[in-house]
Design a protein around this ligand. Structure first.
Ligand SMILES: *[C@@H]1O[C@H](CO)[C@@H](O)[C@H](O)[C@H]1NC(C)=O
Ligand SMILES: *[C@@H]1O[C@H](CO)[C@@H](O)[C@H](O)[C@H]1NC(C)=O
Ligand SMILES: *[C@@H]1O[C@H](CO)[C@@H](O)[C@H](O)[C@H]1NC(C)=O
Ligand SMILES: CC(=O)N[C@H]1CO[C@H](CO)[C@@H](O)[C@@H]1O
Length: 409
Protein backbone atom coordinates (compact mmCIF):
# COMPACT_ATOMS: atom_id res chain seq x y z
CA UNK A 1 0.00 0.00 0.00
CA UNK A 2 2.71 2.40 1.05
CA UNK A 3 4.85 1.42 -1.92
CA UNK A 4 2.03 1.89 -4.43
CA UNK A 5 1.24 5.30 -2.93
CA UNK A 6 4.85 6.32 -3.49
CA UNK A 7 4.65 5.16 -7.10
CA UNK A 8 1.46 7.14 -7.55
CA UNK A 9 3.10 10.20 -5.98
CA UNK A 10 6.03 9.85 -8.38
CA UNK A 11 3.71 9.52 -11.34
CA UNK A 12 1.74 12.59 -10.27
CA UNK A 13 4.95 14.53 -9.61
CA UNK A 14 6.12 13.58 -13.06
CA UNK A 15 2.95 14.86 -14.65
CA UNK A 16 3.08 18.05 -12.58
CA UNK A 17 6.66 18.74 -13.62
CA UNK A 18 5.52 18.38 -17.19
CA UNK A 19 8.30 16.04 -18.27
CA UNK A 20 7.27 14.56 -21.58
CA UNK A 21 8.27 11.15 -22.77
CA UNK A 22 8.90 10.94 -26.49
CA UNK A 23 5.77 9.77 -28.29
CA UNK A 24 7.71 7.34 -30.46
CA UNK A 25 10.26 5.74 -28.19
CA UNK A 26 11.40 3.01 -30.49
CA UNK A 27 14.83 3.77 -31.89
CA UNK A 28 17.46 6.13 -30.50
CA UNK A 29 16.08 9.20 -28.73
CA UNK A 30 19.25 11.31 -28.38
CA UNK A 31 18.05 13.91 -30.86
CA UNK A 32 14.98 14.36 -28.67
CA UNK A 33 17.16 14.94 -25.62
CA UNK A 34 16.61 11.50 -24.09
CA UNK A 35 19.37 9.07 -23.04
CA UNK A 36 17.85 6.11 -24.88
CA UNK A 37 19.86 4.17 -27.45
CA UNK A 38 16.94 2.23 -28.92
CA UNK A 39 18.82 -1.03 -28.48
CA UNK A 40 17.79 -1.72 -24.93
CA UNK A 41 20.02 0.72 -23.05
CA UNK A 42 18.97 3.91 -21.30
CA UNK A 43 15.69 5.32 -20.03
CA UNK A 44 13.95 8.70 -20.02
CA UNK A 45 15.14 11.67 -17.97
CA UNK A 46 12.50 12.45 -15.35
CA UNK A 47 14.32 14.91 -13.09
CA UNK A 48 15.44 18.45 -13.62
CA UNK A 49 17.24 18.92 -16.89
CA UNK A 50 17.84 21.59 -19.47
CA UNK A 51 16.30 20.12 -22.58
CA UNK A 52 17.86 22.65 -24.94
CA UNK A 53 21.31 21.79 -23.63
CA UNK A 54 20.54 18.06 -23.81
CA UNK A 55 19.41 18.28 -27.44
CA UNK A 56 22.48 20.34 -28.36
CA UNK A 57 24.80 17.84 -26.62
CA UNK A 58 23.56 14.38 -27.57
CA UNK A 59 26.99 12.93 -26.85
CA UNK A 60 26.62 13.85 -23.18
CA UNK A 61 23.51 11.64 -23.23
CA UNK A 62 25.63 8.64 -24.20
CA UNK A 63 25.09 8.55 -27.96
CA UNK A 64 28.57 7.26 -28.83
CA UNK A 65 28.71 3.58 -27.98
CA UNK A 66 32.52 3.68 -28.33
CA UNK A 67 32.82 6.19 -25.46
CA UNK A 68 34.09 4.55 -22.31
CA UNK A 69 35.60 5.19 -18.89
CA UNK A 70 35.78 8.45 -17.01
CA UNK A 71 36.95 11.46 -19.00
CA UNK A 72 36.46 14.78 -17.22
CA UNK A 73 34.55 17.64 -18.80
CA UNK A 74 36.80 19.31 -21.39
CA UNK A 75 34.45 22.09 -22.47
CA UNK A 76 33.47 25.54 -21.26
CA UNK A 77 30.99 27.85 -22.96
CA UNK A 78 31.76 31.58 -22.91
CA UNK A 79 27.96 31.86 -22.55
CA UNK A 80 28.41 30.45 -19.03
CA UNK A 81 30.98 33.11 -18.10
CA UNK A 82 30.10 36.23 -16.14
CA UNK A 83 30.22 39.20 -18.47
CA UNK A 84 31.79 42.30 -16.92
CA UNK A 85 30.36 45.52 -18.32
CA UNK A 86 32.36 48.70 -18.85
CA UNK A 87 31.73 52.07 -20.48
CA UNK A 88 32.51 51.21 -24.09
CA UNK A 89 32.78 47.45 -23.84
CA UNK A 90 32.71 44.18 -21.98
CA UNK A 91 34.84 41.19 -21.08
CA UNK A 92 34.02 37.55 -20.44
CA UNK A 93 36.73 35.11 -19.52
CA UNK A 94 37.54 31.43 -19.11
CA UNK A 95 40.09 30.67 -16.41
CA UNK A 96 41.13 27.46 -14.70
CA UNK A 97 38.27 27.70 -12.17
CA UNK A 98 35.88 27.46 -15.16
CA UNK A 99 37.70 24.74 -17.09
CA UNK A 100 40.01 22.88 -14.66
CA UNK A 101 41.44 20.70 -17.46
CA UNK A 102 43.02 23.73 -19.13
CA UNK A 103 46.35 23.78 -17.28
CA UNK A 104 48.36 25.92 -19.71
CA UNK A 105 46.00 28.52 -21.10
CA UNK A 106 43.20 30.90 -20.11
CA UNK A 107 41.29 33.22 -22.40
CA UNK A 108 38.68 35.91 -22.83
CA UNK A 109 36.46 37.58 -25.37
CA UNK A 110 36.68 41.34 -25.23
CA UNK A 111 34.61 44.04 -26.91
CA UNK A 112 35.61 47.66 -27.44
CA UNK A 113 33.25 50.18 -29.02
CA UNK A 114 34.62 53.02 -31.10
CA UNK A 115 37.21 54.95 -29.11
CA UNK A 116 37.04 52.62 -26.10
CA UNK A 117 40.42 51.81 -24.59
CA UNK A 118 41.66 48.78 -22.71
CA UNK A 119 43.82 50.98 -20.53
CA UNK A 120 47.64 50.81 -20.51
CA UNK A 121 48.87 47.71 -18.67
CA UNK A 122 51.25 44.77 -18.67
CA UNK A 123 51.08 41.15 -17.51
CA UNK A 124 53.28 38.62 -15.77
CA UNK A 125 52.24 36.29 -18.62
CA UNK A 126 52.28 36.51 -22.42
CA UNK A 127 49.14 37.77 -24.20
CA UNK A 128 47.93 36.74 -27.67
CA UNK A 129 45.02 38.39 -29.46
CA UNK A 130 42.98 37.56 -32.57
CA UNK A 131 40.71 40.23 -34.07
CA UNK A 132 37.45 38.68 -35.28
CA UNK A 133 35.28 41.78 -35.64
CA UNK A 134 36.05 45.39 -36.47
CA UNK A 135 39.41 47.04 -36.25
CA UNK A 136 41.67 47.93 -33.31
CA UNK A 137 44.75 50.01 -32.64
CA UNK A 138 47.44 48.29 -30.61
CA UNK A 139 50.40 50.04 -29.02
CA UNK A 140 53.33 48.37 -27.22
CA UNK A 141 56.77 49.15 -25.78
CA UNK A 142 59.48 46.59 -24.98
CA UNK A 143 62.48 46.55 -22.61
CA UNK A 144 64.76 48.20 -25.20
CA UNK A 145 62.38 51.11 -25.69
CA UNK A 146 61.32 49.81 -29.09
CA UNK A 147 57.67 50.53 -29.87
CA UNK A 148 54.90 49.44 -32.21
CA UNK A 149 51.62 51.19 -33.03
CA UNK A 150 49.46 49.41 -35.60
CA UNK A 151 45.91 48.97 -36.82
CA UNK A 152 44.67 45.37 -36.84
CA UNK A 153 41.70 43.95 -38.75
CA UNK A 154 39.95 40.59 -39.12
CA UNK A 155 42.40 37.70 -38.82
CA UNK A 156 45.26 39.85 -37.53
CA UNK A 157 47.07 38.60 -34.43
CA UNK A 158 49.19 40.24 -31.76
CA UNK A 159 51.58 38.60 -29.33
CA UNK A 160 52.87 40.61 -26.38
CA UNK A 161 55.63 38.73 -24.56
CA UNK A 162 55.50 38.51 -20.76
CA UNK A 163 56.01 41.96 -19.28
CA UNK A 164 55.63 44.02 -22.48
CA UNK A 165 53.63 47.23 -21.91
CA UNK A 166 50.58 47.61 -24.12
CA UNK A 167 47.11 49.02 -24.79
CA UNK A 168 44.28 48.35 -27.27
CA UNK A 169 41.70 50.78 -28.67
CA UNK A 170 38.54 50.13 -30.74
CA UNK A 171 38.48 51.94 -34.11
CA UNK A 172 35.29 50.77 -35.87
CA UNK A 173 31.84 51.26 -34.35
CA UNK A 174 32.05 47.83 -32.66
CA UNK A 175 35.19 45.70 -32.30
CA UNK A 176 35.81 42.32 -30.72
CA UNK A 177 38.71 39.94 -30.24
CA UNK A 178 39.84 36.75 -28.56
CA UNK A 179 42.52 37.08 -25.88
CA UNK A 180 44.66 34.08 -24.95
CA UNK A 181 47.26 33.89 -22.16
CA UNK A 182 50.04 31.33 -21.59
CA UNK A 183 48.81 30.80 -18.02
CA UNK A 184 45.69 29.02 -16.79
CA UNK A 185 44.66 31.84 -14.42
CA UNK A 186 45.42 35.16 -16.11
CA UNK A 187 43.12 37.19 -13.85
CA UNK A 188 44.56 36.23 -10.48
CA UNK A 189 46.20 38.85 -8.26
CA UNK A 190 49.78 39.53 -9.31
CA UNK A 191 49.18 38.87 -13.01
CA UNK A 192 47.99 42.18 -14.49
CA UNK A 193 49.37 45.66 -13.76
CA UNK A 194 47.34 48.69 -14.86
CA UNK A 195 49.10 52.03 -15.15
CA UNK A 196 46.46 54.19 -13.40
CA UNK A 197 46.12 51.60 -10.62
CA UNK A 198 49.88 51.84 -10.03
CA UNK A 199 50.02 55.63 -10.14
CA UNK A 200 47.01 55.95 -7.80
CA UNK A 201 48.73 53.69 -5.28
CA UNK A 202 52.14 55.34 -5.26
CA UNK A 203 52.89 58.30 -2.93
CA UNK A 204 51.92 61.44 -4.86
CA UNK A 205 55.23 63.23 -4.19
CA UNK A 206 57.14 60.27 -5.59
CA UNK A 207 54.99 60.23 -8.74
CA UNK A 208 55.54 63.97 -9.15
CA UNK A 209 59.32 63.67 -8.69
CA UNK A 210 59.44 60.69 -11.03
CA UNK A 211 58.00 62.75 -13.89
CA UNK A 212 59.46 66.09 -12.72
CA UNK A 213 55.95 67.55 -12.47
CA UNK A 214 53.64 69.30 -10.04
CA UNK A 215 51.82 66.74 -7.82
CA UNK A 216 48.44 68.41 -8.64
CA UNK A 217 48.77 67.10 -12.21
CA UNK A 218 47.82 63.69 -10.83
CA UNK A 219 44.77 64.78 -8.81
CA UNK A 220 42.35 63.11 -11.20
CA UNK A 221 43.96 59.76 -11.96
CA UNK A 222 40.99 57.32 -12.05
CA UNK A 223 40.71 55.31 -8.86
CA UNK A 224 39.61 52.57 -8.93
CA UNK A 225 40.96 52.06 -12.42
CA UNK A 226 38.23 51.38 -14.99
CA UNK A 227 39.99 48.56 -16.95
CA UNK A 228 38.08 49.60 -20.11
CA UNK A 229 36.89 53.18 -20.63
CA UNK A 230 35.16 55.13 -23.41
CA UNK A 231 37.58 57.47 -25.11
CA UNK A 232 38.15 59.15 -28.43
CA UNK A 233 39.94 57.54 -31.36
CA UNK A 234 43.65 58.33 -31.26
CA UNK A 235 44.97 60.85 -33.78
CA UNK A 236 48.52 61.18 -32.44
CA UNK A 237 51.45 59.30 -33.95
CA UNK A 238 54.41 58.01 -31.96
CA UNK A 239 57.66 59.20 -33.52
CA UNK A 240 61.38 59.41 -32.89
CA UNK A 241 61.74 56.72 -30.23
CA UNK A 242 65.51 56.37 -29.63
CA UNK A 243 65.42 52.61 -30.24
CA UNK A 244 63.04 52.72 -33.22
CA UNK A 245 60.06 50.58 -34.08
CA UNK A 246 59.42 46.88 -33.58
CA UNK A 247 59.50 45.61 -37.15
CA UNK A 248 60.50 42.46 -39.03
CA UNK A 249 61.31 39.56 -36.71
CA UNK A 250 60.77 41.82 -33.67
CA UNK A 251 57.18 42.68 -34.69
CA UNK A 252 54.38 41.79 -32.26
CA UNK A 253 51.87 41.63 -35.14
CA UNK A 254 51.08 38.84 -37.61
CA UNK A 255 48.54 39.31 -40.39
CA UNK A 256 47.27 35.77 -40.85
CA UNK A 257 45.28 36.26 -44.04
CA UNK A 258 48.20 37.93 -45.83
CA UNK A 259 50.04 34.59 -45.66
CA UNK A 260 49.41 31.33 -47.50
CA UNK A 261 47.61 28.60 -45.56
CA UNK A 262 49.39 25.27 -45.02
CA UNK A 263 49.01 22.64 -47.76
CA UNK A 264 45.94 20.49 -47.06
CA UNK A 265 46.14 17.28 -49.14
CA UNK A 266 42.79 16.15 -47.72
CA UNK A 267 41.06 19.17 -49.37
CA UNK A 268 38.71 19.61 -46.42
CA UNK A 269 39.32 23.30 -45.77
CA UNK A 270 41.93 25.86 -44.81
CA UNK A 271 44.59 25.52 -42.13
CA UNK A 272 46.75 28.45 -41.05
CA UNK A 273 49.63 27.89 -38.66
CA UNK A 274 50.91 30.83 -36.65
CA UNK A 275 53.90 30.05 -34.42
CA UNK A 276 57.53 31.08 -33.91
CA UNK A 277 58.48 29.53 -37.27
CA UNK A 278 56.61 32.29 -39.15
CA UNK A 279 55.88 34.78 -36.31
CA UNK A 280 59.21 34.89 -34.43
CA UNK A 281 57.95 36.97 -31.49
CA UNK A 282 55.38 34.28 -30.59
CA UNK A 283 57.72 32.10 -28.54
CA UNK A 284 55.34 30.76 -25.87
CA UNK A 285 52.06 30.47 -27.79
CA UNK A 286 51.50 28.61 -31.04
CA UNK A 287 48.21 28.73 -32.92
CA UNK A 288 46.20 27.44 -35.82
CA UNK A 289 43.23 29.11 -37.49
CA UNK A 290 41.13 26.44 -39.18
CA UNK A 291 38.13 26.41 -41.51
CA UNK A 292 36.62 22.97 -42.07
CA UNK A 293 34.03 22.56 -44.81
CA UNK A 294 30.62 20.99 -44.13
CA UNK A 295 31.04 17.28 -43.54
CA UNK A 296 34.83 17.65 -43.25
CA UNK A 297 37.06 15.85 -40.77
CA UNK A 298 40.23 17.02 -39.02
CA UNK A 299 42.01 13.68 -39.21
CA UNK A 300 42.86 11.54 -36.15
CA UNK A 301 46.05 12.90 -34.58
CA UNK A 302 47.73 13.99 -31.38
CA UNK A 303 50.15 16.72 -30.35
CA UNK A 304 53.53 15.45 -29.10
CA UNK A 305 54.49 18.79 -27.53
CA UNK A 306 51.53 20.24 -25.62
CA UNK A 307 48.00 20.32 -24.30
CA UNK A 308 45.56 21.80 -26.84
CA UNK A 309 43.21 24.69 -26.10
CA UNK A 310 40.38 25.50 -28.53
CA UNK A 311 37.92 28.27 -29.28
CA UNK A 312 35.03 27.54 -31.64
CA UNK A 313 34.15 30.67 -33.59
CA UNK A 314 31.47 29.42 -36.00
CA UNK A 315 29.51 26.30 -36.79
CA UNK A 316 28.95 22.92 -35.16
CA UNK A 317 31.47 20.25 -34.31
CA UNK A 318 31.94 16.90 -32.74
CA UNK A 319 35.20 15.55 -31.30
CA UNK A 320 36.13 12.39 -29.45
CA UNK A 321 39.09 12.62 -27.09
CA UNK A 322 40.98 9.40 -26.26
CA UNK A 323 43.05 9.60 -23.08
CA UNK A 324 44.41 6.04 -22.95
CA UNK A 325 43.36 3.17 -20.65
CA UNK A 326 40.28 2.49 -22.81
CA UNK A 327 38.86 5.90 -21.86
CA UNK A 328 37.35 8.24 -24.43
CA UNK A 329 34.57 10.78 -24.53
CA UNK A 330 32.76 12.55 -27.32
CA UNK A 331 31.80 16.23 -27.12
CA UNK A 332 29.49 18.41 -29.19
CA UNK A 333 30.66 21.96 -29.78
CA UNK A 334 29.12 25.11 -31.14
CA UNK A 335 30.19 28.73 -31.56
CA UNK A 336 31.47 30.31 -28.34
CA UNK A 337 32.67 27.06 -26.80
CA UNK A 338 36.20 26.63 -25.52
CA UNK A 339 37.87 23.30 -24.82
CA UNK A 340 41.07 21.74 -23.55
CA UNK A 341 42.31 18.40 -24.90
CA UNK A 342 44.79 16.72 -22.55
CA UNK A 343 48.49 16.66 -23.44
CA UNK A 344 49.09 13.98 -26.11
CA UNK A 345 45.48 12.74 -26.14
CA UNK A 346 44.28 11.32 -29.47
CA UNK A 347 41.39 13.15 -31.15
CA UNK A 348 39.61 14.27 -34.31
CA UNK A 349 37.24 17.17 -35.01
CA UNK A 350 34.29 16.78 -37.35
CA UNK A 351 32.08 19.45 -38.90
CA UNK A 352 28.60 18.16 -38.20
CA UNK A 353 26.79 20.79 -40.25
CA UNK A 354 25.67 20.07 -43.78
CA UNK A 355 25.74 23.69 -44.82
CA UNK A 356 28.00 25.77 -42.59
CA UNK A 357 31.75 26.03 -42.34
CA UNK A 358 33.25 25.21 -38.97
CA UNK A 359 35.82 27.79 -37.85
CA UNK A 360 38.02 27.38 -34.82
CA UNK A 361 41.33 28.44 -33.26
CA UNK A 362 43.74 26.03 -31.58
CA UNK A 363 46.35 27.22 -29.09
CA UNK A 364 49.37 25.50 -27.58
CA UNK A 365 51.69 26.74 -24.87
CA UNK A 366 54.69 26.06 -27.07
CA UNK A 367 56.92 27.72 -29.64
CA UNK A 368 55.43 25.60 -32.42
CA UNK A 369 52.40 23.70 -33.66
CA UNK A 370 53.13 19.97 -33.92
CA UNK A 371 50.99 16.93 -34.57
CA UNK A 372 51.39 13.26 -35.42
CA UNK A 373 48.84 11.86 -37.87
CA UNK A 374 47.48 8.38 -37.17
CA UNK A 375 47.32 7.53 -40.89
CA UNK A 376 50.85 8.77 -41.60
CA UNK A 377 52.20 6.84 -38.63
CA UNK A 378 50.61 3.60 -39.80
CA UNK A 379 51.62 4.20 -43.45
CA UNK A 380 55.27 4.58 -42.39
CA UNK A 381 55.31 1.44 -40.22
CA UNK A 382 55.89 -2.05 -41.76
CA UNK A 383 52.50 -2.87 -43.30
CA UNK A 384 52.44 -6.46 -42.06
CA UNK A 385 52.93 -5.32 -38.46
CA UNK A 386 50.11 -2.75 -38.86
CA UNK A 387 47.85 -5.40 -40.46
CA UNK A 388 48.45 -7.88 -37.65
CA UNK A 389 48.03 -5.23 -34.93
CA UNK A 390 44.68 -3.93 -36.17
CA UNK A 391 43.60 -7.24 -37.69
CA UNK A 392 43.01 -5.66 -41.08
CA UNK A 393 43.93 -6.94 -44.58
CA UNK A 394 47.59 -6.43 -45.56
CA UNK A 395 46.60 -4.78 -48.89
CA UNK A 396 44.72 -2.11 -46.96
CA UNK A 397 47.66 -1.43 -44.64
CA UNK A 398 49.92 -1.10 -47.69
CA UNK A 399 47.71 1.57 -49.27
CA UNK A 400 47.42 3.98 -46.33
CA UNK A 401 48.24 7.62 -47.19
CA UNK A 402 51.84 8.52 -46.42
CA UNK A 403 51.06 12.25 -46.45
CA UNK A 404 49.20 13.96 -43.65
CA UNK A 405 45.69 14.70 -44.89
CA UNK A 406 45.11 17.35 -42.18
CA UNK A 407 41.51 18.20 -43.17
CA UNK A 408 39.64 15.42 -44.98
CA UNK A 409 36.82 16.53 -47.31
C1 LIG B 1 9.53 5.34 -34.60
O1 LIG B 1 10.93 5.57 -34.79
C2 LIG B 1 11.57 4.58 -35.55
C3 LIG B 1 13.08 4.87 -35.55
O2 LIG B 1 13.39 6.17 -35.18
C4 LIG B 1 10.99 4.55 -36.94
O3 LIG B 1 11.62 3.56 -37.71
C5 LIG B 1 9.50 4.28 -36.84
O4 LIG B 1 8.92 4.35 -38.12
C6 LIG B 1 8.81 5.27 -35.92
N1 LIG B 1 7.43 4.88 -35.72
C7 LIG B 1 6.43 5.73 -35.78
C8 LIG B 1 5.08 5.16 -35.52
O5 LIG B 1 6.60 6.92 -36.05
C1 LIG C 1 32.03 58.52 -21.79
O1 LIG C 1 30.76 58.30 -21.17
C2 LIG C 1 30.34 59.36 -20.34
C3 LIG C 1 28.99 59.00 -19.79
O2 LIG C 1 29.01 57.80 -19.20
C4 LIG C 1 30.25 60.66 -21.10
O3 LIG C 1 29.95 61.70 -20.22
C5 LIG C 1 31.56 60.92 -21.81
O4 LIG C 1 31.41 62.06 -22.63
C6 LIG C 1 31.98 59.74 -22.65
N1 LIG C 1 33.27 60.02 -23.24
C7 LIG C 1 33.49 59.83 -24.53
C8 LIG C 1 34.85 60.14 -24.99
O5 LIG C 1 32.65 59.39 -25.30
C1 LIG D 1 50.47 59.36 -38.75
O1 LIG D 1 50.69 58.11 -39.39
C2 LIG D 1 49.83 57.83 -40.45
C3 LIG D 1 50.17 56.48 -40.98
O2 LIG D 1 50.53 55.62 -39.98
C4 LIG D 1 49.97 58.86 -41.53
O3 LIG D 1 49.03 58.60 -42.53
C5 LIG D 1 49.75 60.24 -40.94
O4 LIG D 1 50.01 61.20 -41.93
C6 LIG D 1 50.63 60.46 -39.76
N1 LIG D 1 50.30 61.73 -39.14
C7 LIG D 1 51.21 62.59 -38.74
C8 LIG D 1 50.69 63.84 -38.10
O5 LIG D 1 52.39 62.38 -38.88
C1 LIG E 1 28.76 12.94 -37.92
C2 LIG E 1 28.04 13.84 -38.78
O1 LIG E 1 26.99 14.35 -38.47
N1 LIG E 1 28.61 14.10 -39.90
C3 LIG E 1 27.96 14.86 -40.88
C4 LIG E 1 28.87 15.90 -41.44
O2 LIG E 1 28.28 16.57 -42.49
C5 LIG E 1 27.86 15.70 -43.54
C6 LIG E 1 27.23 16.55 -44.60
O3 LIG E 1 28.10 17.47 -45.12
C7 LIG E 1 26.87 14.69 -43.07
O4 LIG E 1 26.54 13.80 -44.12
C8 LIG E 1 27.48 13.92 -41.93
O5 LIG E 1 26.49 13.06 -41.39
Amino acid sequence: MKASLQILALAVGHAVLGATLPANNSGPQFDKGQPIDGKGKGAPLLGGTNQQVDIANPDNLGRQSTDNGVVPNLKWRFSDSKTRLFKGGWLREQVIQDLPQSHDISAAQQHLSKGAVRELHWHRVAEWGFVYAGSVLISAVDEFGRYQVETLNFGDIWYFPKGVAHTVQGLDDENEFLLVFDDADFDKVGTTFNVDDWVAHTPRDIVARNFGLDPAIFDHVPNPNPNIFNGTVSTKNVTAGPAGELTGDASFVYRTLQHKPEPVPGQGGEFYKIDSTNFPASKTLAATFVTLKPGGLRELHWHPNAEEWLYFHKGWARATVFIGNAASRTFDFSAGDTAAFPDNSGHYIENTSETEDLVWIEMYKSDRVADISLTQWLALTPADIVAQTLNIPLEIAEKLQKEKQVLIA
